[in-house]
Design a protein around this ligand. Structure first.
Ligand code: ADP
Ligand code: MG
Length: 446
């Protein structure tokens, strides 16, 4: 006869596709539920480990997120349903490893790394521990090579280096997802890992089917945790996608990690931290949020000798030009550059709506030639000159001939706009972008 513990073990294995044995501790019981937080006594389990809770609706898996003396704080990984006072809580031990392997390509996974696409099992026996040891910063290779992302405005004006971590700052509906999709199709990276966190479910489907498309999907792994999943799942989706990127990087691949969005990651951590009683500090965000952000971001980057790279884009939501937003502030400080999407540009039909004046790639000077850098400067100057005088020009207050530099900027404005624009389906190689930039900058000089 199967014992209760065996049943639980099976349930646990099923849930985690796990084969690791564990050491169950004594069972405890549920004493309180506040919002999404469950409080249990009578059992011991470490933070980050899992427990099974016997409910009316079957066993519920929850993660230990904190404790206070003999009280354990748990959060359900799935929907919280059917719990009652005194429900039995059984510690299940540490989380199982993550399924990894090349067969992940083309698949869509949930926050735990289990398939979400209905295409059956992941055909892999390989397991990776959920937490990789951080790379010694001194052992990392320096960023020395550009990564082709297939988007002209970025390749030419905001060149991204292999191993760089960029922020994509924008409000909603200005073209973040479309831009990420363009990169998945146009990049020369070997493998693309996409984390879709906190989006509406419809957007996840749209991203996979329409924006990513067959071509992009074939060399991508998507990890999705839409807005209606538990905060733990959303948090984990970010960690799982980063972990999968690390796995491929360690095998020597150049990985492009696209995380949409870092703001939702911070919000999921805020939900959890506030629920277990951490005091809010900056704009409702508890301190642990600001500790977790750099931890996640630091995992991207170049590996050591013989390993590949993780070039990462993290989207950050900025509503209504709110520069005080603590997440945007914190992200700006820990990332190696940011691309700002402007609503004004998007509204005028200028896509991708990249504001080249407000954006910066901090590693560009290290990965492009002197000539390329000089051309970027020249075009940027010309572009800014036009922007500074735009109001005068548009109301007709500027008289042609009064400043030859402004005359030139007006003459070149259509060419600069055409250069920065790109349709959704177009992919442009790094070399062709650099060549066109050279031609444009020669005109700026002339
Ligand atoms: N490169 C582009 N070319 C044409 N239209 C675009 C482009 N990028 C975005 N758009 C338009 O903007 C809309 C919103 O883009 P989306 O990427 O979904 O925004 P976000 O992810 O920032 O909320 C798209 O549905 C599309 O109509
Ligand atoms: Mg989007």
């Amino acid at each position: 006869m199967q014992t209760r513990q065996h049943q639980l073990l099976n349930k646990f294995k099923q849930h985690n596709h796990n084969v690791n044995p564990f050491m169950p501790d004594a069972s405890g019981q549920l004493v309180r539920v506040v919002g999404l937080t469950l409080e249990a006594t009578g059992c011991r389990a470490s933070v980050g480990s899992l427990c099974s809770i016997a409910t009316m609706a079957g066993d519920l898996i929850a993660e230990v997120v904190g404790f206070d003396d003999k009280l354990l704080y748990l959060m359900p990984v799935e929907e919280l349903r059917g719990v009652m006072p005194g429900a039995k809580v059984t510690p299940l031990g540490a989380q199982a490893g993550l399924n990894v392997g090349l067969s992940l390509l083309g698949r869509v996974l949930d926050g735990n790394g289990a398939p979400l696409d209905g295409l059956g099992h992941l055909h892999t026996d390989q397991k990776a521990p959920r937490h990789a040891a951080p790379i010694n910063p001194l052992a990392r290779r320096a960023i020395t090579e550009p990564l082709d992302v297939g988007v002209r405005a970025i390749n030419a004006m905001l060149t991204v280096g292999k191993g760089q971590r960029m922020g994509l700052f924008a409000g909603s509906g200005v073209g973040k997802s479309v831009l990420l999709g363009m990169m998945t199709r146009g990049t020369t990276a070997d493998i693309i890992v996409v984390g879709l966190v906190g989006e509406r479910g419809r957007e996840v489907k749209e991203f996979i089917e329409e924006i990513l498309g067959e071509e992009g999907r074939a060399r991508s792994v998507v990890v999705a945790a839409p807005a209606d999943t538990s905060p733990l799942m959303r948090l984990r989706a970010c960690e799982t996608s980063t972990r999968i990127a690390e796995y491929f990087r360690d095998l020597g691949y150049n990985v492009l990690l696209l995380m949409d969005s870092l703001t939702r990651y911070a919000q999921a951590q805020r939900e959890i931290a506030l629920a277990v009683g951490e005091p809010p500090a900056t704009k409702g965000y508890p301190p642990s949020v600001f500790a977790k952000l750099p931890k996640l971001v630091e995992r991207a980057g170049n590996g050591g000798v013989g390993q590949g790279s993780i070039t990462a884009f993290y989207t950050v939501l900025t509503e209504g030009d709110d520069l005080q937003d603590p997440i945007a502030d914190s992200a700006r400080a820990i990332l190696d550059g940011h691309i700002v999407l402007s609503r004004a540009l998007a509204d005028s039909g200028h896509y991708p709506a990249i504001d080249v004046e407000a954006s910066i790639s901090r590693v560009a000077p290290m990965v492009i030639s002197e000539a390329h850098l000089e051309a970027t400067r020249r075009v940027k100057q010309m572009y800014s000159l036009y922007q500074q005088n735009r109001d005068l020009i548009s109301i007709g207050a500027y008289t042609q001939g009064s400043d030859p530099r402004i005359d030139n900027a007006i003459r070149l404005q259509p060419a600069m706009n055409a250069f920065l624009r790109q349709t959704m389906k177009e992919s442009l190689s790094f070399d062709s972008c650099a060549l066109m930039l050279g031609q444009l900058s020669a005109q700026c000089q002339g």
